[in-house]
Write a protein of this length. Structure first.
Lengths: 114, 114
């Protein structure tokens, strides 16, 4: 699976949009971009995923550049409960090894400030 | 119901003890996973079960023994652990091992080995 690079930490004011970048310059054509987050001492939570089109759900929007080498997760109105570590993961096609695997990088620690 | 449950929430055990961690899901998912997460580090995959069969073992020491008695239940048996095995143990499940569905995580069991 392609490697991802994320900033170590970011701050965002409460009520503002949080834009979390991710670089995945070695991504191949059939690899998806997934975002998970982990609130302190809880299990990771799935947020959103996409292949090449922009995606939106009730939690967030995912913007993938046309060359697919980077993406941005957008939380439109950040709240204090969005304070967490956000992981960008590039996930390949089925390897035949029994299941897909998630390889977590270090992620971005987002702090939402009142 | 999109919940993965794990018991116990906390476990303290000595190096000579035998204990088990339990994970349960009732979403009909056919892939189940064990991850280990050390403090301030991302989760690391340990085992993958696909249709109740062990499909991936990420070179985990034999003092960790997974078991999948049925499609809803996943156990992790612990024996002769070391203090460095103290960590958060996360269980996850996904719908179909052969497709790139999102993984749902449980809250984890925080294990302390004394």
């Amino acid at each position: 699976d392609a490697k991802t690079t994320q900033p170590t930490s970011m701050d965002c004011a409460e009520g503002r949009a949080a834009n979390l970048p991710c670089n995945h310059s070695t991504i191949s054509g059939n690899e998806y971009v997934y975002w998970y987050r982990q609130i302190h001492s809880q299990g990771p939570q799935y947020i959103i995923h996409g292949l090449k089109n922009n995606e939106t759900n009730e939690m967030a929007s995912l913007i993938i550049t046309e060359d697919r080498k980077s993406s941005t997760l957008i939380l439109p109105h950040a709240t204090l409960r969005d304070t967490a570590v956000y992981y960008c993961i590039v996930r390949g096609p089925y390897s035949g090894a029994g299941s897909y695997q998630l390889t977590f990088g270090k992620g971005t620690k987002l702090s939402v400030i009142p | 119901d999109t919940e993965v449950t794990q018991t116990p929430k906390h476990l303290v055990m000595g190096m000579t003890n035998k204990k088990s961690l339990k994970c349960e899901q009732h979403m009909g998912h056919r892939a189940m996973y064990w991850y280990k997460q050390k403090a301030k580090k991302p989760p690391e995959l340990m085992f993958v079960y696909s249709y109740e069969k062990l499909s991936i073992n990420e070179s985990v020491p034999s003092r960790f023994s997974p078991e999948c008695p049925n499609s809803s239940l996943l156990n992790l048996h612990l024996h002769a652990l070391q203090p460095e095995d103290s960590a958060l143990y996360l269980c996850a499940s996904s719908q179909d091992p052969g497709q790139a569905y999102e993984q749902y995580f449980g809250p984890g069991t925080r294990l302390t080995v004394t």
